[in-house]
Write a protein that binds this ligand. Structure first.
Ligand code: 5RP
Length: 261
C-alpha cells in the first residue's frame, strides 16, 4: 500500500488496537436536519475527544468543526439526492479530491447502491474516486447503502456489496451488521466497519451490535444516531469505545455507560 494511504488509514484505524470508533455525522447530506444534528456543532463538539475519526460533509466540517481540532476527517464526497426525492440512489461525486486535500481529509467516503438502477453509476464513480485517491494518497471508504428499495440487510446482499467495493479498490468498507457477518468479513479483503443504523431501543442493544460485529471481525464502527441520539452521548461513545478497543462485553460496557452518564 502507498505510504500516504497507509499513514492516513492508521490515523483512523488505531494501530494500538487495530480498531476504530468513527463518529458519523454526515446524515444531513440527504436527510437534512436530522434529530439531534439540527445544530451540528453543539452535538459534535463534546464528542470530538472520543472519536477516532469524524465522518461528515465539507459544509458541516467548515461551519461546525474548529480547524484546530485534531480529529481525522473522513469526508463524504457523494450525494446529490434527498430523502423526499424520487431516486435516492442517484448519487454522484459532489466534492473533488483537491477539495478533500485542502480540507486535510484522512479519507473520503462515497456510497454505492448495488442492486439499483444506479448500481453502474455509483460503482464506476467509486472506481474513479479510487484512481484519484491513488494520485493523492487518500484512502477511499465505500459505504454500502441499503434501504427498503434496495437489497435487504442479509448476508448475500451485504457480502456482494462489500466484496465489489473491495474489488474496485476501496481501502475500507462501511456496511451493516447481518447474519453470518463473519463470512462478510472473511470474503472482504479490506477492513469492514459497521454503521449503527436508526436508534435502537436501548443503549445495551447498540453495545451488543458493536460487540457482535467486532467479535465477528469488524474493524470497528462508524456510528451516528445510536451515539448522539442517546440522552447521554458522551457516556455512550465511551461505552462503545470500551467494546471496540477493549473487547468489553456489552454488560461491562453498560457499566461504563452508567458510570459516565
Ligand atoms: C449514510 C451514512 C451514515 O453516516 C451512516 O448511516 C452511519 O450512521 P448511523 O450509525 O446513524 O447509521 O453513511 O449513508
Amino acid at each position: 500500500m502507498d505510504w500516504g494511504i497507509k499513514n492516513r488509514l492508521s490515523q483512523i484505524i488505531k494501530p494500538e488496537t487495530g480498531h476504530t470508533v468513527m463518529l458519523a455525522v454526515d446524515h444531513g447530506y440527504f436527510l437534512g436536519p436530522t434529530t439531534k444534528l439540527e445544530n451540528a456543532r453543539q452535538t459534535i463538539d463534546p464528542l470530538l475527544p472520543y472519536a477516532d475519526a469524524l465522518m461528515l460533509t465539507r459544509g458541516i466540517l467548515r461551519t461546525s468543526v474548529d480547524p484546530e481540532a485534531s480529529v481525522p476527517v473522513v469526508l463524504r464526497v457523494s450525494g446529490g439526492t434527498s430523502i423526499i426525492g424520487r431516486d435516492l440512489a442517484n448519487e454522484e461525486i459532489t466534492t473533488s479530491m483537491e477539495e478533500a486535500v485542502r480540507l486535510n481529509a484522512a479519507a473520503v467516503a462515497l456510497s454505492i447502491f448495488v442492486g439499483t438502477d444506479y448500481e453502474h453509476q455509483t460503482l464506476t464513480n467509486l472506481a474513479s474516486l479510487v484512481d484519484k485517491g491513488q494520485e493523492y494518497g487518500i484512502p477511499i471508504l465505500a459505504v454500502t447503502a441499503v434501504g427498503k428499495e434496495l437489497g435487504k440487510r442479509d448476508f448475500r446482499f451485504i457480502s456482494l456489496s462489500c466484496r465489489i467495493a473491495a474489488e474496485l479498490g476501496a481501502s475500507f468498507v462501511k456496511t451493516y451488521y447481518c447474519d453470518d457477518f463473519e463470512k462478510v468479513v472473511e470474503s472482504c479483503p479490506v477492513p469492514v466497519v459497521i454503521a449503527g443504523g436508526p436508534k435502537l431501543e436501548t443503549e445495551l442493544d447498540a453495545m451488543k451490535l458493536a460487540h457482535d460485529a467486532v467479535q465477528k471481525g469488524a474493524t470497528g464502527v462508524d456510528m451516528g444516531r445510536n451515539i448522539w441520539q442517546s440522552p447521554h452521548p458522551i457516556a455512550m461513545i465511551k461505552a462503545i469505545r470500551a467494546v471496540v478497543h477493549e473487547s468489553k462485553p456489552p454488560e461491562e460496557a453498560l457499566e461504563v455507560f452508567n458510570q459516565n452518564k
